[in-house]
Design a protein around this ligand. Structure first.
Ligand code: C2E
Ligand code: CA
Ligand code: CA
Length: 712
């Protein structure tokens, strides 16, 4: 009895005798609590406040009819008590929602507790069924709303239920009789066999089976899904039915593939990238070992790509790369690979060449030449006709255990050789190149040490005017190697440049030269207009810190910047003209001036000159060398001088080695000179001597032999 709940029963009865009789009947029942009221109005209030579990009401009451309470107490059942000749009323009450009725007699009233229990039992049953129905409706609504296919199938595999998404996925019409449809009908025969042979046994054995499966929709579409198959048992442990949930994972897979693609392919050209290339190269090396037939690796670098990018912009550059990627692909055979390493570097792996070395080499050469020709074909990008060429380095893949990494390095070295030899050509890698690479690496290490151990020196070569008076110097670097002695910059500058060490060494040069110059001024050895010319390398000039470094160096050292001339070559600036000019202008604002070095050897359109913020140009040595004999050089020098005068530029002639050259240059209007005839580059000590003895004295004015000519 303890856990039997207590029921609140509201009795609405204005006949005191009846009420007392009923009350007595209920008092005998422990779990009923009876509240009695005599009026309809009060009953209404009580219903609102106390939520009775059952209402028992008479019909004709002093202030109204008990049937008024019927629709109020919809949460609980109502028993209507009719008087003896009032049965019609009672029947109507049932029609309008009463759970039951009694006709009042001594017996019916006395047995009301039993009637009440039955009514409440029945009511609860109805209520439970209603709740169950609602719950099922909610679950179905959820199933119908989920985007996954959900279905139930009987033991023969026929569907008994499939949700909307399932119907949509497979193309099942809502008028189709799903009981004649099996899920297996929507798989390929192979997939069906897998589900029957593996999926269902597993679901029976373990309750659940999951895998990726492909459904074939009625419209022919293939839907890749992640499928779950569940077996459902009754309480006797027998399987009653199966359910399946299948999620369309095509988007997911596409996204995964995209991620995979990005990791191994270049997005711009769709070609394999460095990662994928490394894999394929290893495969090719393994293949060569297995099959004995040679392979070949081509390192392809577009010659003028930087120029295209700079002049036409990056979008045009991208188009060129895409076009070249297509041309490369068009020239390859099935097993070959073309990849993009980044920038304008492409790699081609030629697979399955001859087993005979010389023949394989000529096959590689032939294909490489075809590729070179294909690249060189005219290319039209946004209304501009372009002529792109490529330099190609080739390394052969043989059985000699060379790693993919080394093969790439070899082909790269050969490609650089092709560039050095004049571009738009092929070069095979050779052992000689390999030793060259090794030598360069050694040199790089030695130069690193040279900077650390203070082995670099600056020499200074005088600059003179047309009266042969010294007006400045050019700082020229030397390497005092403990074993090799004084090493000229031509031996090591390229390596400094290609390794990037030039940035640091260049800083050292500027710092050292500026300090030396202040010293000379302090010592009174030079006048305040004395010029200091410093060579700036392309890499150094492009370095992002360059301008800032100069600013801070000038702040540390007291030296008027008008003394400083920076010598740059056209190579320095041509590649990114706009940026270069901006940099130059920043420094020009500080008072520094620029000189265009080696003029005449570069791209040298004279017309170009007027756009460059330079104040000096230096006519290259090569024009001065034969000026007395070569009329072409004479014409060139004469026109440079004429144009420069017109543009207000000062001209320095380099490499003046004899008096005759000097006289001729002077005759053409040249004003400044440099060369062995006046002095070779001098060490600091020699320069100090030179400055103290020759101060204010024109060179050669009293002396027939050039004073600096005996020194290095
Ligand atoms: P450059 O700037 O054209 O320097 C002139 C070169 O011509 C110097 O060679 C100089 O010794 C040489 N020279 C001067 N007068 C004559 C002459 O009458 N006849 C002949 N045959 N040669 C003469 P050097 O010192 O060997 O320097 C070679 C190049 O190395 C320089 O050419 C310059 O481009 C570069 N260089 C030198 N020092 C530095 C430096 O500190 N930084 C950078 N970035 N480059 C430097
Ligand atoms: Ca120079
Ligand atoms: Ca020069």
């Amino acid at each position: 009895m303890l856990n039997q709940p207590e029921y609140n029963i509201l009795l609405v009865e204005d006949n005191p005798g009846h009420a007392a009789l009923i009350n007595r009947a209920f008092e005998a029942e422990a779990h009923h609590r009876l509240v009695i009221t005599t009026s309809v109005q009060q009953a209404k209030l009580l219903i609102n406040h106390s939520n009775p579990d059952l209402i028992i009401t008479g019909v004709k009451l002093s202030d109204g009819s008990g049937t008024e309470l019927l629709n109020l107490g919809s949460e609980c059942p109502t028993i209507v008590m009719a008087s003896y000749n009032d049965e019609k009323v009672a029947v109507n009450a049932i029609k309008s929602g009463a759970a039951d009725y009694i006709v009042k007699t001594q017996e019916t009233m006395a047995s009301l507790p039993r009637t009440a229990s039955r009514v409440m039992r029945e009511w609860r049953l109805v209520l439970d069924q209603k709740l169950a129905r609602e719950r099922q409706q909610r679950l179905t609504a959820i199933l119908e709303a989920t985007p996954d296919l959900i279905c139930i199938a009987n033991l023969d595999g026929f569907l008994t239920y499939i949700n909307q998404s399932g119907r949509d996925m497979l193309g099942i019409d809502c008028n189709d009789n799903i009981r004649q449809i099996r899920l297996a009908d929507f798989h390929s025969p192979i997939e069906s066999r897998k589900i029957l042979g593996e999926g269902i046994p597993c679901a029976i054995r373990e309750g659940i089976w999951t895998d990726e499966t492909t459904f074939l929709a009625l419209n022919g579409e293939k839907v890749l899904t992640s499928q779950v198959l569940i077996s459902h048992k009754n309480n006797r442990g027998e399987i009653e039915f199966f359910s399946t949930i299948a999620r369309d994972i095509r988007h997911l897979r596409a996204a995964e593939e995209q991620v995979e693609f990005l990791a191994y392919y270049d997005t711009l050209t769709g070609l394999p990238n460095r990662n994928e290339l490394a894999k394929r190269l290893d495969m090719e090396v393994a293949r060569v070992k297995r099959t004995h037939s040679f392979g070949s690796l081509l390192f392809i670098d577009l010659d003028n790509f930087k120029y295209i990018n700079d002049s036409l912009g990056h979008p045009a550059g991208d188009l060129v790369l895409q076009e070249m990627a297509q041309r490369l692909q068009a020239h390859l055979r099935g097993d070959d690979t073309v990849a993009r390493l980044g920038g304008d570097d492409f790699i081609v792996i030629l697979s399955g060449l001859s087993e005979e070395g010389m023949e394989a080499v000529s096959q590689a050469r032939e294909i490489a030449n075809k590729i070179r020709d294909a690249i060189a074909m005219e290319c039209r990008i946004s209304d501009t006709e372009l002529h792109v060429t490529a330099s190609i380095g080739i390394s052969m893949i043989s059985q000699d255990e060379t790693s993919g990494h080394d093969l790439l390095r070899f082909a790269d070295t050969a490609m650089y050789q092709a560039k050095r030899e004049g571009r738009n050509r092929l070069e095979f890698f050779s052992e000689r190149m390999s030793s060259e690479v090794t030598r360069q690496l050694e040199l790089e290490n030695q130069l690193h040490r040279a900077l650390k151990e203070d082995q670099f020196r600056l020499y200074y070569q005088p600059l003179v005017n047309d009266s042969m008076e010294i007006i400045g110097v050019e700082a020229l670097i030397r390497w005092e190697n403990p074993e090799l002695g004084v090493v000229a910059p031509s031996e090591f500058l390229d390596v400094l440049e290609s390794s990037g060490q030039i940035v640091e060494v260049g800083d050292w040069v500027i710092d050292t030269a500026l300090k030396q110059m202040t010293l000379w001024i302090d010592q009174g050895l030079v006048e305040s207009e004395f010029l200091l010319c410093i060579n700036i390398s392309p890499r150094q000039f492009r370095d992002s810190q360059f301008v800032d470094n100069i600013h801070s160096q000038l702040e540390r050292i007291y030296l008027p910047s008008k003394n400083i001339i920076m010598e740059v070559t056209e190579h320095n600036i041509i590649h990114n003209l706009k940026d270069a000019i901006l940099r130059m202008q920043e420094l020009i604002q500080r008072g520094i001036r620029f000189s265009l070095d080696d003029f005449g050897t570069g791209y040298s359109s004279l017309a170009h000159l007027k756009n460059l913020p330079v104040s000096h140009i230096k006519i290259d040595r090569s024009f001065v060398k034969d000026i007395c004999n070569d009329s072409g050089d004479q014409a060139m020098v004469a026109s440079i001088l004429a144009l420069s005068k017109h543009l207000g530029l000062e001209v320095v002639a380099e490499g003046v080695e004899d008096l005759e050259q000097f006289h001729l240059l002077k005759q053409y209007g040249c004003e400044f000179y440099q060369g062995y005839y006046f002095s070779k580059p001098l060490s600091v000590n020699n320069m100090n001597d030179f400055l103290s003895t020759k101060q204010h004295t024109a060179l050669h004015s009293s002396n027939s032999s050039p004073p600096g000519s005996a020194t290095p």
